[in-house]
Ligand binder design. Structure first.
Ligand SMILES: Cc1cc2nc3c(=O)[nH]c(=O)nc-3n(C[C@H](O)[C@H](O)[C@H](O)COP(=O)(O)OP(=O)(O)OC[C@H]3O[C@@H](n4cnc5c(N)ncnc54)[C@H](O)[C@@H]3O)c2cc1C
Length: 388
C-alpha cells in the first residue's frame, strides 16, 4: 500500500483507536493505525473495565482474549468518605473486570491487526494535512500520510483535537492523578474501593496476577506538594489512606488535569473518538467503555461516508448526535458527582445516607457502571429514599 492510498488513518492505539480500526478494517476499508508509543505501554488509569465495557469487548470480539489474560473480576465498589462508607453491587451475573492497561491495550491492538488494519507504533503525529479546507491526512515524524478520513483517538491531550481547533476551553478542574501497581493488598474480594479525604481520593482495585492498581487523585492545591517527587507522594498516600501493607512494584505514572470539553467531535474529513472527543473526570471509571462504545458509534458512520464519497462534517454529523444521546446523561452525572467530591461534608452526608439504604448504593454504582441508564436514578422510589 503506498503512503497515499489509505481510506482511514487512526491516530492512537488505545481502546478507542484499536476498536475503531478493527471495526473499519473488518468492513473492508484500508486502515492504518498509528501510535507514538511502542507496545506494550502503560497508561495512567484505574484499570477497571465497567460491566458495559465488558459487554462492548464481547461485541468487538475481543473478550475471550482479554479473559485469557487473567483479569480480576469486579463485582462492585465500596465508597468511603472518612469513616462514612457505603457499597454498591452490580446485579447477579454482571461483572466488570480489572486488567493492567499494558495488557488490555496490547490485546486490542493485536485484535485490530488481526482484523486487517496495518499497525505502526513508535510513530508520532504532529499535524494534519489539509486539502481545500478538508483534513486529508497526517504529518508524522516520518513524513506525510494521506487518507480520506483521519480518526483522532489520541487521548487526553489529542493533537488531532488541537489542530482541528475544537477544544471548547482549557481545563477548569485542576487535579492530578498518580497511579502504580502494588502487591500485598488483601480483602478486596472482587470489590473496588474509593477512599475520599478532603478534596482528594484514592482508588484501589485488583488487576490480576496478585497485583492491584492504586490511583491517587490530588486536588489542585495539593499539586505543588507532588512537585518532582511523585514516588514519595504516592508512597506517603498509601500509608495515609490506610493501605499500609501495600508495596509498590513499578514506577508511578502521573497525569492531569482531566477536564477537556470539546465543541464537537467531527470536522470535514476528520472525527474524534475516546478521550480525544472530550473528557471530564476519571472518578466514575467509564472511560474505557466510552472509548469502545464511541468506536461502535463511529464505525458505521465512517463506513457510510467512505462508501458515499462524502466525508464532510455534515455527513459525519450523525455520529455527533449519537454521542450526545449515548454519553450526555452520564457526563451530567459526572459533574454532579464532582460537586459532591469537592464538598467533603456533602460526600459524608451522602455516604451516610447510602449506607443506611443499600438500594441507593446499588443504584449509583449500577448507573456509573453503565448497567442501568442514568435516568434510573430519578425513579420516585429512589428519590424518596434519598430525601426521607
Ligand atoms: C487517573 C485516571 C484513572 C482512570 N480510571 C479509569 C478506570 O478505572 N476505568 C475506565 O474505564 N476509565 C478510566 N479512566 C479513563 C480511561 O483511561 C480513558 O478514558 C481511556 O483510556 C480512553 O481511551 P482512548 O483510546 O481514548 O485514549 P488512550 O487510552 O489515552 O490512548 C491514546 C493513545 O494515543 C497515543 N497518542 C497520543 N498522542 C499521539 C500522537 N501525537 N501520535 C500518535 N499517537 C499518539 C497514545 O500513545 C495512546 O496510546 C481513567 C483516566 C484517568 C486519567
Amino acid at each position: 500500500m503506498s503512503m497515499g492510498e489509505w481510506d482511514v488513518v487512526v491516530v492512537g492505539a488505545g481502546p478507542a483507536g484499536s476498536a475503531t480500526a478493527a471495526r473499519l478494517a473488518r468492513r473492508g476499508h484500508a486502515v492504518l493505525l498509528l501510535d507514538r508509543a511502542a507496545f506494550p505501554r502503560r497508561k495512567p488509569c484505574g484499570e477497571c473495565v465497567n460491566p458495559a465495557g465488558v459487554a462492548a469487548l464481547r461485541r468487538l470480539g475481543a473478550l475471550d482474549a482479554v479473559l485469557a489474560a487473567g483479569p480480576a473480576p469486579l463485582d462492585g465498589w465500596r465508597i468511603a468518605a472518612d469513616d462514612h462508607a457505603f457499597e454498591g453491587r452490580f446485579p447477579k451475573g454482571v461483572r466488570g473486570l480489572g486488567i493492567a492497561r499494558d495488557v488490555l491495550d496490547t490485546i486490542l491492538l493485536e485484535h485490530a491487526r488481526d482484523a486487517g488494519a496495518e499497525v505502526r507504533t513508535g510513530m508520532k503525529v504532529r499535524d494534519l494535512v489539509r486539502r481545500s479546507g478538508h483534513v486529508a491526512g497526517v504529518v508524522t515524524d516520518a513524513g506525510e500520510i494521506h487518507a480520506r478520513i483521519v480518526v483522532g483517538a489520541d487521548g487526553l491531550r489529542s493533537v488531532v483535537l488541537r489542530r482541528l481547533d475544537l477544544l471548547r476551553r482549557g481545563p477548569r478542574l485542576r487535579k492530578l492523578a498518580l497511579t502504580a501497581h502494588v502487591r500485598g493488598i488483601a480483602g478486596l474480594r472482587g470489590r473496588g474501593e474509593l477512599r475520599a479525604r478532603g478534596c482528594g481520593c484514592l482508588g484501589v482495585a485488583e488487576v490480576g496476577g496478585g497485583l492491584a492498581n492504586v490511583t491517587v487523585v490530588a486536588s489542585g492545591h495539593e499539586m505543588h506538594e507532588v512537585g518532582g517527587g511523585r514516588e514519595a507522594y504516592f508512597d506517603a498516600a498509601l500509608r495515609s489512606y490506610g493501605l499500609r501493607s501495600a508495596q509498590r512494584v513499578d514506577e508511578v505514572l502521573a497525569t492531569g488535569p482531566f477536564d477537556w470539553p470539546v465543541r464537537r467531535a467531527v470536522a470535514d474529513g476528520a472525527l474524534l473518538v475516546g478521550d480525544a472527543a472530550g473528557y471530564f473526570d476519571p472518578f466514575t471509571g467509564q472511560g474505557i467503555y466510552r472509548a469502545l462504545r464511541g468506536a461502535e458509534l463511529a464505525a458505521p458512520v465512517i463506513d457510510h461516508a467512505l462508501r458515499s464519497g462524502d466525508v464532510s462534517a455534515a455527513a459525519l454529523g450523525s455520529y455527533e448526535r449519537a454521542r450526545r444521546r449515548a454519553f450526555g446523561p452520564g457526563e451530567r452525572l459526572q459533574h454532579v458527582i464532582e460537586a459532591f467530591i469537592a464538598r467533603p461534608e456533602l460526600l459524608r452526608w451522602a455516604a451516610d445516607r447510602f449506607a443506611r439504604r443499600p438500594a441507593l448504593g446499588n443504584a449509583i454504582i449500577r448507573a456509573t457502571g453503565d448497567v442501568n441508564p442514568i435516568r434510573s436514578l430519578l425513579r420516585p422510589s429512589l428519590l424518596a429514599q434519598l430525601v426521607a
